[in-house]
Design a protein around this ligand. Structure first.
Ligand code: BV8
Ligand code: ZN
Length: 261
């Protein structure tokens, strides 16, 4: 775990702190930014070095896998190997601890890195699947992930084949153009409509239908607080915009709400 930055608590709005303390159902909605301080690049900046000549959308698509399965599998194995070397950061750990402070917390993530679960958050709604649940591209049979073996200088890795049908194994993530897991999506949407406060942490709000969740909450007159060092597409609709890194703002916010946090 990276050192928690010891920065003085930021001055937070009293009404925000009161709503946090009195929340009966809190939703935390996260994107790639919440894993940034663990050393995992966000989706937009994931393509560094070897991969810089590709757009994420060129690799995170079914037909990219059909066209060049070894290139796409190599990219995901590189990401899986990177994640395996990273640890949850104070943002993940704070969100996990928050579950013991409010009667009901629904954690919805767009991330596929599994760091919320590794930080101790139970029952994470993974809208876009997980790097740790590869499955057969043809018949869907799940295939237990073996130890990631990609190294930084490797690009193409031939995917393993399915024990049931011999088809190629694909990453267990939701690609662009693919439907989100129906049950997970419905649970997330219901939570966004029924909660009394939402924290939107580390997401650019560009990928749909996930990015519609904060908007759904706002539509239901539910206050949404955004935590992001940069402005995003969601800024205008937020109740509060807390500009800063998740690993710094979240611990400071919760310490201000609960001094014994
Ligand atoms: C679908 C898994 C239909 C793969 C990902 C309207 C409605 C529905 C669909 C669409 C629509 N408009 C367009 C679409 C199509 C498309 C889409 O949204 N395209 C975008 C590019 C416009 N959506 C889809 O295709 C979806 N499927 O709609 O299917 C359908 C229905 C029925 C039947 C068949 C089909 C599927 C989308 C899922 C794609 N898969 N991930 C993988 O990971 O490889 S999405 C991927 O992008 C990641 O999950 C990531 O979360 C997301 C966004 O990428 P990033 O920008 O990197 O991350 P994020 O947005 O989280 O931004 C990073 C933020 O962090 C920044 O704001 C930055 O400032 C901030 N930050 C940085 N450091 C910190 C920080 N914040 C806090 N602390 C810090 N330290
Ligand atoms: Zn198969």
């Amino acid at each position: 775990m990276t050192e928690t930055q010891t920065t003085p608590p930021m001055p937070f709005d009293d009404e925000l702190l009161t709503r946090l303390r009195q929340s009966q159902h809190l939703v935390v909605f996260t994107g790639a930014g919440v894993s940034r301080e663990s050393g995992i690049p966000t989706f937009r900046d994931a393509l560094t070095g070897l991969w810089s000549q590709y757009e994420p959308e060129d690799l995170a698509m079914p037909d990219a896998f059909v066209r060049d399965p070894s290139l796409v599998w190599g990219w995901y194995e590189w990401r899986r190997a990177l994640v395996a070397r990273c640890e949850p950061n104070p943002a993940h750990l704070t969100i996990a601890a928050l579950a013991n402070r409010v009667p009901k917390l629904t954690l919805i993530t767009q991330n596929v890195d599994g760091l919320h679960a590794r930080a101790g958050s139970p029952d994470v709604l993974e809208l876009h699947g997980s790097l740790e649940r590869p499955r057969c591209f043809d018949c869907g049979t799940h295939c237990p992930p073996d130890a990631p073996m990609a190294t930084d200088d490797q690009q193409r890795i031939e995917p393993p084949t399915c024990v049931q049908c011999g088809g190629f194994i694909r990453p267990g993530v939701v690609w662009f153009g693919e439907a989100l897991p129906v049950d997970v999506w419905h649970r997330a949407k219901r939570a966004a409509q029924a909660c009394d406060l939402m924290l939107s942490v580390g997401t650019s709000g560009l990928v749909y239908p996930a990015a519609s969740l904060p908007k759904e909450a706002v539509f239901q007159q539910i206050p949404v607080v955004q935590i992001n060092p940069e402005p995003t597409a969601l800024d205008e609709t937020m109740w509060h915009n807390l500009h800063g890194e998740a690993g710094v703002v979240l611990p400071s916010l919760l310490k201000s709400a609960w001094p014994d946090f």
